[in-house]
Ligand binder design. Structure first.
Ligand code: NAP
Ligand code: HSE
Length: 437
């Protein structure tokens, strides 16, 4: 069976946008065959900021514009692909496309996590779908897995390494001993980082993705202001090295965890996990998302979490889905929230074990002072680590690590507020959660 072409308006022709072009050029025929003639994609408009910029693919000049609304208004465009990033111009573009009843494909997790409430409302009103497989975990088809393949499951737990840039940086710091700035530069040169890498390294890119996974799994829109987020900017080679001494690696982990009372724990932070845990071997730009469903049990989705063609691969799967649903009466409406009563677990009530590093003056009684304050707050110590600098055994200042038994985060914060009042401390304590997953 052959079909008429579906016109694509491509807003953004950078890393991912030009990847979409490349894959359609290379595999357009294959997509037609694999969809049994149902999907034939033709890019009819491309919007960029700078027409004179040199591109790594050769698209005809007449397709290009710098006017985003041309992508929506061109009558030959049936589906709008938003790959410009950001939350302002991208919002206007996506809203306009939906209002024109043109389905949208986007890789923009910041847009959907921050302004999804408005966009999903327009999507519902206009009965026009938003597809966002490329927004979470790059090339891994995790959106369709959670939304469709696991529809028969209560999703109990999602734990993910879902920012390729951070994971790449942590790997290079751990394995090659690179400093943070050098590792970040490499990630940018490889096309993994966002145009503004702030969201990658401050944890928010991963948090946005966790918010989307949480909404898909539990059906309600999650307010980003209620979500706990820490990034990797302050992870030091010293803590990476101490983690290794203790049998752990540092990973930026995101959690979406259903509690027995129906509330959802959602948080993103650099954490310690055992070197023997399967997530410890997820390196470089690779992402992994462990999903536990009440029917399925444990599962693990693994693949490239960023980069040109892995991400374009996800966008094209959405394009095929949107193109198909435009041709058939049982039109797919993408994701729409289906409840408003969802609750999040306050971060202070979340519980793990901890690694806490204290920078202290090396004077008698320091350990006892800290231990005593922890005891007063009923926090147990499971171990300590305080390597002596062989070149300077009489150093005036030392790093002292306490490994703490599991307790609520709020309790730990209370204890550390008191510890920080001690004269012997020379810096704020450094805390990592130790995750037993
Ligand atoms: P990028 O390389 O910076 O490309 C952005 C493109 O959008 C460029 O072609 C730029 O034009 C164009 N653009 C930006 N603002 C515009 C505006 N106001 N009007 C017209 N054109 C505009 O970004 P990217 O890495 O491809 O990322 C695109 C989106 O995909 C982002 O939302 C990102 O979060 C998401 N994403 C990226 C990856 C990845 O690995 N890179 C993975 C998953 C999701 P010029 O070329 O003229 O500058
Ligand atoms: N900057 C993102 C990352 C791109 O590094 O994971 C993929 O969403």
């Amino acid at each position: 069976m052959s079909c008429s072409q579906t016109g694509i308006g491509l807003a953004g022709f950078g890393t991912v946008g030009s990847g979409v072009w490349k894959i359609i050029e290379r595999n357009g025929g294959l997509i037609g065959s694999r969809s049994q003639g149902d999907v034939s994609l033709a890019i009819r408009k491309i919007c960029v900021r700078d027409l004179s910029k040199k591109r790594d693919v050769d698209a005809p000049d007449e397709l290009f514009t710098t006017d985003l609304m041309e992508v929506v208004n061109d009558p030959s465009v049936d589906i709008v692909v938003e790959l410009i990033g950001g939350t302002d111009a991208a919002f206007d573009l996506v809203a306009a496309a939906l209002r024109a009843k043109k389905p949208v494909v986007t890789g923009n997790k910041a847009l959907l996590a921050e302004r999804g409430a408005e966009l999903f409302a327009i999507s519902a009103e206009m009965e026009t779908s938003i597809h966002f497989e490329a927004a979470v975990a790059g090339g891994i088809p995790i959106i369709k897995a959670v939304q469709e393949s696991l529809i028969g499951n209560q999703i109990e737990d999602i734990v993910g390494i879902i920012n390729g840039t951070s994971n790449y940086i942590l790997m290079r710091m751990t394995e090659a001993g690179l400093g943070y700035p050098e590792a970040l530069k490499e990630a940018k040169d490889l096309g993994y980082a966002e145009a503004d890498e702030t969201l990658d390294v401050n944890g928010w890119d991963a948090a946005h993705k966790a918010i989307l996974l949480g909404s898909l799994a539990h059906g309600f829109l999650i307010d980003p202001t209620q979500v706990y987020v820490r990034g990797i900017e302050k992870v030091t080679p010293l803590d990476i090295s101490f983690a290794s001494d203790l049998g752990y690696v540092v990973k930026l982990l995101s959690f979406v965890r259903l509690r027995d009372n129906g509330a959802v724990e959602i948080r993103t932070q650099p954490s310690f996990i055992s070197k023997t845990h399967i997530l410890a071997s997820v390196n470089g730009v690779f992402n992994a998302v462990a999903v536990k469903g009440d029917g399925l049990g444990d599962s693990l989705f693994y693949g490239r979490g960023a980069g040109q063609e892995p991400t374009a691969s996800s966008a094209i799967s959405d394009l095929a889905e949107a193109a198909r649903s435009m041709r058939h009466a049982d039109s797919n409406r993408g994701f729409l929230p289906y409840r408003t009563d969802g609750q999040l677990v306050p971060i202070d009530e979340t519980e793990t074990s901890y690694y806490v590093r204290f920078s202290v003056k090396d004077q008698p009684g320091v350990i006892a002072e800290i231990a005593s304050l922890l005891a007063q707050h009923e926090i147990g110590i499971s171990g300590t680590h305080s390597p002596v600098d062989a070149d300077n055994p009489d150093a005036e200042f030392v790093e002292m690590v306490f490994l703490l038994h599991s307790c609520p985060f709020g309790k730990l914060k209370g204890a550390l507020t008191k510890v920080e009042e001690l004269d012997c401390l020379t810096a704020r304590p450094v805390v990592f959660r130790i995750e037993k997953i």
